[in-house]
Ligand binder design. Structure first.
Ligand code: HEC
Length: 100
C-alpha cells in the first residue's frame, strides 16, 4: 500500500471511531435526563424504579406503552413522548448495560 493510501485508511478509521464516540455521548446526555428520578446511571434510591441492568426489551416495551398511553403512569407519559422510538431504544440499551 502506498503511504498516502495508508494515511487515508487510518484517517477514515479515526473519523468513524469519533462518530461512534459522539453517538455514545449523545445517548448518555439523553439518559442523564432520567437521573433525577431513576438515579445516577439508573441506580435509583429507595422508592424509585431502578433501570440499571434491567432487560432492554422489557424497558423498551414499557416506554412504548407509556408513550401510547396503554400503561398507566403519573409522569412517564409526558417524558416518553419527548423521545423518538429510536431514542427510547438507545436509552434502554444504555441503562440495560449499566451495573445494578
Ligand atoms: C420526574 C421523575 C422521572 C423522570 C425524569 C423519569 N422518570 Fe421514569 N418513572 C418515573 C415514575 C414516577 C415512574 C412510575 C410510573 C409513573 O407513575 O409515571 C417511572 C417509570 C419508569 C419505567 C418503568 C419502570 C418499571 O419497571 O415499571 C421506565 C422504563 C422508565 N420510567 C424510564 C425512564 C426513562 C428512560 C427516563 C428518561 C428519558 C425517565 N424514566 C425519566 C419518574 C421519572
Amino acid at each position: 500500500m502506498k503511504t498516502r493510501t495508508k494515511w487515508l485508511v487510518a484517517g477514515t478509521l479515526c473519523v468513524s471511531a469519533l462518530g461512534v464516540q459522539a453517538q455514545v455521548n449523545q445517548v448518555r446526555i439523553w439518559a442523564a435526563a432520567c437521573a433525577n428520578c431513576h438515579g445516577t446511571e439508573g441506580r435509583a434510591l429507595e422508592g424509585n424504579e431502578t433501570l440499571a441492568g434491567k432487560d432492554k426489551d422489557e424497558m423498551v416495551q414499557k416506554l412504548m406503552d407509556f408513550k401510547s398511553g396503554r400503561k398507566p403512569a403519573t409522569i412517564m407519559h409526558q417524558i416518553s413522548k419527548g423521545y423518538s422510538d429510536e431514542q427510547l431504544m438507545q436509552i434502554s440499551a444504555y441503562f440495560a448495560a449499566q451495573k445494578k
